[in-house]
Write a protein that binds this ligand. Sequence first.
Ligand code: SF4
Ligand code: SF4
Length: 120
Amino acid sequence: MRRASRRENPMSDTPTLRCDGCSACCLHVGSPPFLLDLKNGSPVEIGGEDSRADHQRLLAAPPEARAAYIASLETNDLPCAWLDVDDKRCRYYNFRPDICRQFEIGGKWCSQLRGLHQIG
Ligand code: SF4
Ligand code: SF4
């Protein structure tokens, strides 16, 4: 699978800010933040279009990605189970959750997390 840059934002007002070499927003979530619940060991939707889309993405992801998601569900304040910490890239970028797709590059939380990890 192609290992793409974690995020793409061609419409960003801050074109000089890039995700390459960052990954600050993936360092504390523990588990990929899908809008899903777990029922009898299987991921289930929690309602709404975004959750449905997340469910479809997770079902389409490679088996090892789904296994890593389920195994990491009880973790927090750790790097995301899908993050390649050395490369600072999402291993399963094409299947990333809706929340990851909506996260605003250069926004308030991006800036705070970059500051926390001293990424200029
Ligand atoms: S914190 Fe901001 S710049 Fe860094 S990876 Fe996340 S969205 Fe990209
Ligand atoms: S799923 Fe990918 S983009 Fe989302 S937090 Fe995890 S590593 Fe980051």
